[in-house]
Design a protein around this ligand. Structure first.
Ligand code: 26W
Length: 831
């Protein structure tokens, strides 16, 4: 391991060198001067000769300059302070664009606009150049981004650790309505927000074998790895909102330890000369685009160990003072495991404490159990990671040994408690009967706390997913309901609503979101309702402009915007939404209802499917095919429209969410751990149609039944139906609208008369329907009629929308952080 001791501190004599770093002048002139300096000196171009990309980089550099003093001061403070911090370990961070958020944090948004205008530039043109870092798949990745924003805004010492994927989540395009993936080369023009520190690289080892040796009477083990790679940290600013704080996001990228092999090259074997290099650098090459079914690929495990080992070594060897007594590690850090993806960190810390630092096993285990906590984000059994022991043993032989010992000692405790209950032992063993390692069990045994991400989810975790562990570890299981950052998803995404809120209840709500409650009385104020409705209307026009420029799509802003944006997955039931649309369309074209009777609706979809998820890709194809027909059928007279802008991401979400009237949260009860889109929509004045699943339950409890369109089975009813044997066909026969909607698809009405194209989707529903879309259809259609009825009464709808905003302050990620601090981390903000 390279000696990473902190270099000796320089003793400056020049007053400037001794002075604390200061920010440039927060004036238009100051900003112009800094911007031109970054353009001329940073980019080496004159304003007149600058490219749009030069201007973007110069603007980004200028914003960085205004944040730098805070960052350096905060890093120094966190290094010297004895306070406990949070090391958030996540394989994904779905950050979204950085410029506006960093500008917001500095409070220089207006000044920047004026400064660029004074340079003859339009800041909107410049900001449009930013490529969002898509270093995540969906909910889990975006939640991590919201959490680090809240920790910075609350002044909690935190380092976010993750992977700097060279290629993020794929770019989605549609060819003949079908998803096509393209590599996301987000770094092709470089990123102005990252600070690489190759000098702080960590050496990460893989493969090889272990051996034991005698260490004056004590038998010790050591790992003899076969190969290694360099982990190079890239730091990103995580600015707090208007509090002068800046935390750090540290993302690791893989680099070959030894450059390309000249001797092999000179021997003419050019391939071999670079093979080691490419192999090593493959580790941080690309994000795995799965968000539910692990592929169990070796590279994925390499990625997980790579960033976790680098992060633990970085914290233990670089952040902490050299002579820090590691038995007191739990006083300085809690490693939060964002799902099981970083749980290999548990045996890694044990290896560092026992093998490298020479601690006794029990002492090391006592420390480790206090230093980790685990958040589970799923309920799908297939999403729980298990690693075959041969793969783990080959890649990380010492870690497998350590996992075996952790498991042995754990099962001894189980036997102590329950005697030889072999069935229970088999059920609870971290090592599954087939020898695979159950990562969720390891995380639960090692974690000081285990939490779900919504009340219902945490309850199901305890009762159905990990009941043996809840019984064995009383008090270990808790809940922290997810949240979203209001800075990005209200202030930045919806400036119109933000202004109206501030004009009505004053400032301060952005860091104390429960204050939105003060809006309640205004729901009964007609002029406030008017203002609120015109904000929504303006957001719809803005979305229409965006979708037209981005995808050539037209939005009829007289329509209700009925929005379903989330990853494509059968449990989220985009098919149920689609069957509703087809039944609406069918009702019109069959003459059952006249177009005039139908509430004009535009259905907006946004969804990426994991490339290997065939059924999800078929469903995307069907949604586009239905859109093709509905959008061009004169009989519909424009009463219905289906829009499916490709490549749904954070930037598009920031446009779609503020414009939505209806938020679709229609997963099968018991399947969606929480959802966070549901929270963003409620906070932006959309009404929710949803099942009692995930955080929908808490949204409905807070906004009130009368302001939420509930439908469908509850989780216990789903369990009963599943146990009793579910026959989807029964529900088809019971609902003629459902029957004719399915028949219309089977008839080939959306596939040029060729019914075979979407037959796999229809037959999967009629014969299997694993997520019971057909069972909930009738209830869903009835709830949609209630939606139409309320929407016809604009005042009543707007009143309900205002109450949704007023009563959704609970869903701030700041509140989530307070819950984590109180229940799990005990890392109070550092004033
Ligand atoms: C290994 C493959 C894989 C990758 C990612 C399996 C599972 C995941 C994530 C846990 C999936 C995910 O993003 N889960 C979502 O997490 C959100 C944040 O807590 C929740 O709001 C969503 O309900 C949950 O689906």
């Amino acid at each position: 391991m390279k000696n990473l001791s902190t270099p000796s501190r320089p003793q400056p004599t020049h007053p400037l060198a001794a002075a604390p770093v200061t920010a440039p002048e927060a004036t238009v002139d100051g900003f112009v001067e800094q911007f031109l300096r970054n353009l001329n000196n940073g980019r080496g171009v004159a304003l007149s000769a600058s490219t749009p990309n030069d201007r973007y980089f110069a603007l980004a550099a200028t914003v960085r300059d205004y944040l730098m003093a805070r960052w350096l001061e905060d890093v120094r403070r966190q290094r010297t302070a004895q306070s406990k911090g949070v090391a958030y370990l996540s394989a994904e961070y779905l950050l979204g664009r950085q410029l506006d958020n960093n500008l917001l944090a500095t409070g220089l948004t207006e000044i920047a606009g004026e400064a660029l205008a004074a340079c003859g530039l339009d800041i909107d043109e410049v900001r449009a150049l930013e490529i969002e870092p898509g270093l995540g798949n969906g909910g889990l990745g975006r939640l991590a981004a919201c959490f680090i924003d809240s920790l910075a805004t609350m002044g909690v010492p935190n380092i976010g650790y993750g992977i700097r994927y060279e290629y993020g989540i794929f770019r989605q395009t549609f060819v003949d309505g079908q998803q096509v993936e393209q590599a996301d080369s987000w770094l092709s023009l470089g990123s102005p927000w990252e600070f690489p520190h190759p000098e702080a690289a960590q050496t990460i080892s893989f493969g090889g074998h272990t051996e034991t040796y005698d260490d004056d009477g004590v038998t010790r083990s050591r790992w003899i790895p076969a190969w290694n790679v360099q982990a190079v940290p890239h730091n990103y600013m995580v600015p707090g909102y208007h509090n002068g704080r800046v935390n750090t996001l540290r993302l690791w990228s893989a680099q070959a330890t030894q450059g390309f092999d000249l001797r092999t090259f000179n021997s003419g074997d050019y391939q071999e000369a670079v093979r080691a290099q490419t192999y090593a650098e493959n580790i941080s090459k690309v994000l795995y685009p799965e968000d539910s079914t692990p592929q169990g690929k070796e590279l994925r495990l390499q990625q997980q160990y790579f960033f976790v080992a680098a992060s633990i070594s970085d914290f233990v060897n670089l952040i902490l003072p050299r002579d820090f007594d590691l038995t007191r590690l739990p006083e300085r850090v809690i490693f939060q495991l964002n799902d099981t993806h970083p749980v290999i960190g548990v045996p890694e810390l044990m290896r560092v404490l026992v093998d490298e630092r020479g601690l006794e096993w029990d002492a090391a285990w006592a420390i480790t159990r206090e230093c980790f906590a685990y958040t589970c984000h799923t309920l799908l059994p297939e999403a729980l990671e298990v690693w075959p022991s041969d793969l783990l043993g080959r890649l990380l032989p010492r870690h497998l040994e350590i996992i075996y010992r952790i498991n042995d000692e754990f099962l001894d405790e189980v036997r102590e408690r329950y005697g030889d209950d072999e069935d229970r032992i088999r059920r609870m063993s971290i090592i599954a009967p087939d020898g695979a390692v159950r990562m969720a069990f390891l995380a639960t045994v090692a974690g000081s706390k285990v939490n779900g991400v919504a009340e219902l989810h945490s309850q199901l975790l305890r009762e159905k997913v990990l009941p043996d562990f809840d019984e064995f570890f009383p008090g270990k299981f808790t809940n922290v309901t997810n949240g979203v950052t209001p800075r990005r998803f209200v202030k930045l995404a919806n400036p119109g609503l933000s202004r109206l809120i501030t004009d009505t209840i004053g400032p301060g709500w952005l860091t104390d979101l429960e204050r939105l409650r003060e809006l309640e009385p205004f729901a009964d104020d007609a002029s406030f309702r008017q203002a609120f409705a015109s904000v929504k209307a303006a957001n719809k026009r803005a979305l229409a402009k965006t979708l037209h420029a981005r995808d050539g799509l037209t939005v009829d802003d007289g329509h209700m915007l009925d929005v379903m944006v989330k990853r494509l997955h059968e449990y989220k039931r985009q098919t149920l939404k689609l069957l509703h649309i087809v039944s609406q369309y069918d009702a019109i074209v069959s003459g059952r209802v006249s177009p005039a009777e139908v509430t004009p609706r535009t259905f907006v979809f946004g969804a990426k499917a994991a490339p290997g998820y065939a059924m999800a890709k078929r469903i995307i194809h069907l949604i586009n095919a239905v859109g093709e027909v509905v959008n061009t059928d004169p009989r519909v007279e424009g009463r219905l429209a289906v829009l499916f802008p490709p490549n749904y991401n954070v930037t598009l979400a920031e446009r779609v969410v503020p414009a939505a009237d209806l938020s679709e949260q229609i997963s099968l009860a018991g399947k969606e751990a929480s959802g966070t889109g549901n929270m963003k929509f409620a906070l932006n004045g959309a009404l929710t149609i949803g099942t009692d699943d995930g955080a929908n339950v808490e949204i409905r409890q807070l906004v009130g039944d009368e302001n939420f369109f509930l439908f469908g089975m509850t989780e216990p009813e789903v369990a009963t139906l599943a146990d009793g044997g579910y026959h989807p066909i029964d529900f088809v026969r019971a609902d003629e609208n459902l029957q004719s909607a399915l028949d219309l698809i089977s008839s080939g009405a959306f596939s040029g008369g060729d019914g075979s194209v979407f037959e796999p989707v229809v037959s999967n529903l009629v014969h299997h329907d694993p997520f019971m879309a057909l069972a909930d259809f009738t209830s869903y259609a009835a709830a949609q009629q209630k939606v139409d009825a309320l929407y016809a009464d604009t005042e009543a709808w707007t009143r309900s929308a205002i109450l949704n905003v007023a009563r959704s302050g609970f869903f701030s990620s700041d509140r989530s952080m307070r819950d984590y601090i109180d229940r799990i981390w005990h890392t109070p903000p550092v004033r």
